[in-house]
Each structure stands twice: as C-alpha cells, then as structure tokens.
Ligand binder design. Sequence first.
Ligand SMILES: NC(=O)c1ccc[n+]([C@@H]2O[C@H](COP(=O)([O-])OP(=O)(O)OC[C@H]3O[C@@H](n4cnc5c(N)ncnc54)[C@H](O)[C@@H]3O)[C@@H](O)[C@H]2O)c1
Length: 354
Amino acid sequence: MKNILITGGAGFIGSHLVRLMVTKYPHYNIINLDKLTYAGNLENLKDIEGRPNYTFIKGDICDIDLIPQLLRDKNIDGIIHLAAESHVDRSIKDPFAFANTNVIGTLNLLQAAKNYWGEFGREGFEGKLFYHVSTDEVYGSLEQEGTFFTEETKYDPHSPYSASKAASDHFVRAFHDTYGLPVVISNCSNNYGSFQFPEKLIPLFINNICNNKPLPVYGKGENVRDWLYVEDHAVAIDLIFHKGKTGDTYNIGGFNEWRNIDLIKVMIKTVDRLLGRPPGSSDSLITYVTDRAGHDLRYAIDSTKLNRELGWSPSLQFEEGLEKTVRWYLDNREWMERVTSGDYQAYYKQMYNR
Ligand SMILES: NC(=O)c1ccc[n+]([C@@H]2O[C@H](COP(=O)([O-])OP(=O)(O)OC[C@H]3O[C@@H](n4cnc5c(N)ncnc54)[C@H](O)[C@@H]3O)[C@@H](O)[C@H]2O)c1
C-alpha cells in the first residue's frame, strides 16, 4: 500500500490528477490536501468522493503544525505538490500571497518531508519521493520562433507568479542537493481542459462568447503560448512520479504554439458552430485592452527528454482537445454558473457539514 499526498487536488490540474490516481491505483491511498481557496472546488471530484482509497483534508500547506502531523498520521511515502496561487494577474495585485503559498508553503512541505522520512538518517529516504509540479513560466520569455525551453534553460522569471514558482523550484533542488531528499520537478506549458477556473483564458472566453460578453485581449493578442490538454499533463505526472529519475527535471509540453488572437478566433468559431449561430456572429466581441505589465511574449517547451526517456507524448491534437473542451463547458453550464456565482463554495460546507 502506498500513501500518496496530493496537494492542491481540488484545483484544475490537481482534480484531474487525483481522479487518475484514485481510479488507476485502487491499492494506493490518495490523500488530497487543499485549502479550498477561490480556486479549489470539490465539485470537480464529485464522481470519486466516496471511493475507499480517497480522503480529502481541508488544510493549508503553510501550516507548520498540520503538515508534519499529517505526514505521520497518514504514513505518507510520496508527495505530489500542486497547491499554489496560480493566476499571473492576481500575482501582480498581491505578490505576497504568492510568496507565502508558493515559496513558504513549499518550504514547509519540504522541511516536513525531510524531517519525517529522514528521522533516522538518509536510509529513510529510500522509496520516498517529493514531486514538485512547476511551470514553464520560470524560464522567462522567448523572442525567436524556433527556439524552445529545455531543462537546461536558465531561469528568468518576470511576473511575481513565475518568480515565486522559480523560488520554490530552487528550494526543492536545494533540499535534494543539501539533504539528499529524493525529489523530481516537472515544468509544464499552459494547460486547458475541463474544470478550469473561469479567470483563465480558455474557460473565461468560452463563457463570455456564450453570454455575448466582451473578450478582453491583452495588447494586440500577439503573445504566444504552448497549450497542453490537462489529462495529458496528469498522465505525464503519473509517469514521472513512477519512472522519473530522482533529482531530475522534466519539461512537459505538446509542441503546440498558438498566438492568443489566433486561439481566440478558433474558440469563437467553435462556440458559434456548436451553438448553431451563423459564422462570424461573435467576432465583434473581441476587445483589445492595455497589455499586462511584464507580459512574456512567447513560451515554447521542448519535451524531447520526457518522450525519449519515459516514452510520453500528448494523446490529443489541439483541434480535437479544444473541441472536446468547448463541448464540456457547453454541456456543463450549471458547473460554470455555480462557479461564477460563488455557489460552489457552499458545496464543501454542505458535504462536510461545517
Ligand atoms: N494551469 C496551468 O496551465 C499550469 C501550467 C503549468 C504548471 N502549473 C502548476 O500546476 C499547479 C496547479 O495549477 P492549477 O492550474 O491546477 O491551479 P489552480 O489555481 O486551479 O489550483 C490550485 C489549488 O491549490 C489550492 N491551494 C492554494 N493555496 C493553498 C494552500 N496554501 N494550501 C493548500 N492548498 C492551496 C487551491 O485551493 C486550488 O485547489 C500549480 O502549482 C501551477 O503552478 C499550472
């Protein structure tokens, strides 16, 4: 029996990972620790909440009493750490929240894991793993087409969000190099798919197109992002967790670059078609707004290492993934309404009677 702690499991990527692990590994105990900030939504995990190998715990990764206690009580032997403040725009408004959760929270988890697993010396690290889920944004911005972020690219973060993730990555490596803690890190490109909080581009715009609301495009919409279907990310995390080399970093991405404005036009076409609206009906919703401060021009991930060493590649072509995603948001408007109205937050209280 393995006891795996997943942090941030009620969020977008975390909920997909929790579902994958709970269903694929009935002999593992999956413990989902999440503070349920605005980004955490237990409704994302409704389908698995009664499973005997799944436990949810509401808690903060920054809590210096809770984390050591939890590792001991649940006899945790693997940690997959996703909990974070994740929205760049919010980091510009409140960088301290990002430093606190992303840096101090990660440090608290590392320290607790080191102390618990290494209580009787480094032999205790055998068979244990601290997996840190990070982002391609730590590498900064690429100017030229045809260049990619590799695992050797120097860190050059520009937003408070990416700076906080970069700092947490450095702490993870420092715990490996200094104390011998078994760690692995992955840096992934932009994810899209079901259950994403509608402050992020794809769900926000799908929702706005449906409701004939403006689509605010930063600058001229020329920023380029590399998009990966969230379930492919979860599969990659599972693979790296089980087969990745301790101490290593793996880049995850789909070689799938889109200029924001081109992506938005595809979304408009897809939503209009699926809603039976005449082509071009929603084109006028595009509204150019002042560019985001410190906006990185281009991200593009080279995930050759992950493919070569562990045989991973994305399962979906982007057009297929986007169509699936748009259909999901159209078919789950009630989910969207509950999120945008704030009703989703009552679900936890009603579920757990608190
Ligand atoms: N979304 C992406 O495109 C993307 C790409 C690459 C990497 N990542 C990384 O993947 C991870 C998950 O991203 P996401 O998009 O699912 O984020 P998200 O914002 O959807 O979810 C974050 C989750 O963490 C929880 N959380 C926040 N602070 C916490 C705390 N102090 N203690 C416990 N739980 C807390 C929230 O309640 C939420 O459930 C993050 O570390 C992010 O940096 C995201």
